[in-house]
Design a protein around this ligand. Sequence first.
Ligand code: SAM
Length: 317
Amino acid sequence: MIDRLGRDITYLRISVTDKCNLRCRYCMPEDGVCHKNHADMLTEDEIITAVEAAAELGITKVRITGGEPLVKKNIVSICRRTAAVKGIKEVCLTTNGVLLPQLAKQLKKAGVKRLNLSLDTLDEEKYSYITRIGRLENFRAGLAAAFEAGFEKIKVNAVLIGGFNDDEIVALANLTKEYPLDVRFIELMPMYDSGDFGPDAYLPCSEVLEKLPEAEAVSHDGGVAKLYRLPGAKGNIGLISPVSAHFCGTCNRIRLTADGKLKPCLHAPDEYSLKGLDFEGMKDVLEKTIWNKPAWHGDLDALHRSQAGRNMNEIGG
Ligand code: SAM
């Protein structure tokens, strides 16, 4: 599936729910999600039909995300059926980790190969502040369960927030010395309503390198992160810079929201509905969506908010 700019689209990110068991300040409002009609959300069968149509067009990798994907009751079944679709080579999942003690082994068995876990701070009080309702010990238990289940790869994602966790860059990076995992720093993206963070909160990833002078560049793994390694570390440091150095020219992804909207770009307002369509109908919409994928996501900084028109929990980060 080549778009009109020659980009090969192989990666589908599916948000299976916009609900979450945390309330991260930059991601979603304190009072949770707007109530949506159950009938407007994609069913499990529709999600699988969408994956089948996408796989026939060339999608090989699927990431399941949210909201928090693990609050979805049928998440294991969705993962198992997605992994079984012909042409899908890799199913990955992004989670806050809280429910992994109950679900990690089942997800692994269902065919999930890689896990990304979100963690913005190693300080208990700050964790409860940024997530509004979370407890760091629950994250730690989730990480332990992920290791025990034996996933192929575990990555920890930390959103860089000036005045909040810039003093923890070294401590977060040092997790790669303690555990066989990658730590990725992601620039805070100014979404529709991404909390009350002022311009100083938007730190470029170059800040990370300044704090880690001993980090050495290592070769790229095909993802969006620039990779580095600390001496003696078991995993890499990744820098993801959608704001300071966008990677739209090599973007290979499309997104599907829990209410069935295909988004060719995280930050563009364009949405194409798959809800209620059959396999052939979905294939048509997928083709049009990919063809119309914008060249880039537009200006994005403290003064230029994302044009997505949704918060991150409603798109799938
Ligand atoms: N609930 C899951 C989790 O916590 O990983 C999956 C969904 S969450 C929306 C996915 C990722 O998006 C998380 O790593 C989160 O930190 C990131 N995210 C959310 N809002 C963001 C923003 N405004 N800028 C950058 N990253 C953001």
